[in-house]
Write a protein that binds this ligand. Structure first.
Ligand code: SF4
Ligand code: SF4
Length: 382
């Protein structure tokens, strides 16, 4: 993006301030609450309009990158609330495009160390366990093999044999023919590349992914990590359909009944990359309902959901800040009266688990679906 293009986009923001928070009448003593994780913690330049004006200043040459500006930029979780909210009104500031551009533009030396190494997220972990899926009839897409539908794991999943067994088990129960690039995995893209401003690496990975999906005649990709889903959806040039594993579960539960789970009422954390980026608010709620669970949504949910605090690389670069964001969310979760929170994102799971009260459980939606179909934990070898 040129400086002129950045300025053109940033000029959409007139600091109206309406994206600062949400108004509501559900909670008697809360009429308005700040919604932006960094803005509601540090205020001023850390609020969305502050970041938009920072972009304006940088584009006009009135501001130069320095450590203070870097601190503001990397406190943002890229939750997308400001972008989404601004579109609901009469203006549209493309806040996410602007924030992504700032992450490209900032000098490498001002990036937090963890984001300077964002391309490490593409490394296929040594000893990756994807072949566990073969125990459940998932086909390895070796060169020359074709598959209509494949599964896309990210690298948080590749070493997690237990989670892979749950997923393999559910796929097997579905009776559908599903493949996966197991012995030679696809580049495990996720939003780290975007947060780290690694455009060239992302473009190269997407070109490889598109080519290999075309060679294997793939039509549908079931994606595990919502961050991978939003990156694939926004950057693939193929005609392939990318769906979240949660919407796969929702469809499956409609066609193939599972047993109802016996659990106290639950609440649900909308992951930003599943909800706000992929606009998938319904599927997880359909899954929760099909599992026979009572859902007590937090007062900020759906498109007004509050970020868990992990995104934007904040969990990797500033875990204490990510935890303080998560504590605010856990406060809202506790207020529902539920003692269990379900989520569909490994980063929400990790960050919220570090901030939860002792008597609270955070559970991955995959685990519950597997249990409902009878998964005991022993299936599929060790
Ligand atoms: S981003 Fe949009 S809603 Fe937020 S302050 Fe700017 S113009 Fe207002
Ligand atoms: S993307 Fe989220 S964290 Fe970043 S400025 Fe907007 S509302 Fe705040």
């Amino acid at each position: 993006m040129t400086r002129e293009e950045l300025l053109d986009k940033a000029l959409h923001c007139n600091r109206c301030g309406t994206c600062r928070g949400v108004t509501q009448d559900v909670i008697p003593d809360v009429a308005f609450a700040l919604q932006c994780p960094c803005g509601s913690t540090f205020f001023g330049e850390y609020e969305p309009s502050g970041l938009m004006y920072m972009a304006r200043g940088l584009a006009m040459g009135n501001l130069k990158w320095n450590e203070d500006l870097a601190k503001v930029l990397y406190a943002c979780t890229m939750c997308g609330y400001c972008d989404d909210f601004c579109q609901r009104g009469y203006r549209h500031t493309p806040a996410i495009e602007i924030l992504e551009e700032l992450r490209r533009d900032i000098p490498q030396k001002l990036k937090p160390k963890a984001l300077q190494k964002a391309t490490d997220s593409l490394n296929i972990p040594k000893g990756q366990k994807l072949t566990v899926l073969a125990d459940f009839g998932i086909i390895d897409i070796a060169p020359g093999k074709k598959a209509d539908t494949i599964f896309f794991p990210d690298n948080t999943l590749m070493l997690n044999a237990g989670k892979l067994r749950e997923i393999g088990y559910i796929f097997q129960k579905s009776g559908k023919k599903i493949g996966c690039f197991m012995s030679d995995p696809l580049p495990p893209v996720n939003a780290s590349l975007v947060f780290g401003g690694c455009d060239d690496a992302l473009a190269a990975c997407m070109a490889e992914i598109d080519d290999r999906l075309e060679d294997a005649a793939v039509k549908k990709v079931i994606v595990y990590n919502p961050e991978s889903l939003s990156v694939l959806k926004r950057n693939s040039k193929s005609d392939v359909e990318f769906i979240s594993i949660t919407s796969f579960y929702a469809g499956l539960l409609k066609s193939k009944k599972a047993k109802k789970l016996k659990m106290p009422a639950v609440t649900y954390q909308d992951p930003c990359h599943l909800g706000r980026y992929a606009k998938d608010y319904a599927a997880p709620r359909e899954v929760i309902k099909a599992l026979g669970l009572e859902l007590k949504d937090m007062w900020r949910s759906g498109n007004n959901s509050l970020c868990c605090g992990a995104g934007g690389g904040v969990l990797a670069t500033n875990p204490a800040l990510a935890k303080s964001y998560a504590e605010k969310r856990m406060h809202e979760a506790s207020a529902t009266g539920a003692k269990v929170m379900i989520t569909a994102c490994p980063y929400c799971l990790a960050n919220l688990s570090g901030a939860k009260p002792r008597d609270f459980k955070i559970v991955d939606i995959t685990t519950l679906v597997a249990q409902a179909y009878g998964f005991s934990g022993k299936e599929g070898g060790k």
